[in-house]
Design a protein around this ligand. Sequence first.
Ligand SMILES: [Zn+2]
Length: 249
Amino acid sequence: MFLFEMALTLLRKVTTKALAFFKITPFVRRLRLVMADYYFPLKDEALIREYFMRQALEMGELALSIDEVPVGCVFVLDNKVIAKGMNDTNRSLSGHRHAEFAGIEAVLAKYPASVFKDVDLYVTVEPCIMCASALRQLGIRAVYFGCSNDRFGGCGGVLHVNLDAGIDRCYPAIGGIFREEAIMLLRRFYLQENDKAPNPTAKRNRILNTIVENMSIDNTRSYALLESELEANEGVDGLRVLSPATTVY
Ligand SMILES: [Zn+2]
């Protein structure tokens, strides 16, 4: 029995090393994400978040392709995307047409506002103060975002609209999911904007900066809120487990 356990441990170690050596692990991860298109539920909470953030990034790419500030989002109910949004301020000439507002409108076209208590938002950039407040008033269940918004952020970047004392229920906002991809989308946009300017700045300034520094936002309070919600809702049928992901963003 002891020998059998030893052999099993050895086999596990060799397999893990072999997978890492041949760089198969990222491939398997990618494969699982692709498979998720055909097979749900994914068991891994971190994978679920990446799966939906990837779709938000696709919306950001779409925004970039039509010269909007590349921010994209998806609204998710019961592991299904029920609405998508992307920044629409340039086309509409309306400063409030952020990705979240476009998505909220699409949700409300199909569902009553009460649905938001079961809906999660995945957005490539931390919601601004205006959007963070709208989401709180609507009662969103949770927000997952890519990079922080150091100038206008409402979920920790500048203010904590999602967590501070107020009449409406607080919501957790976890940042850092595909953060680098979200930042690079924005940088590509500003680079291409500069190329179109009447007097573009010197060429050396037009090189895409690929260095991404550490995130300034601390997810601790949001994780604590997720955990307390999980405890409070323990045993409730049909509630998706809102556990902190094993991947800490
Ligand atoms: Zn906004």
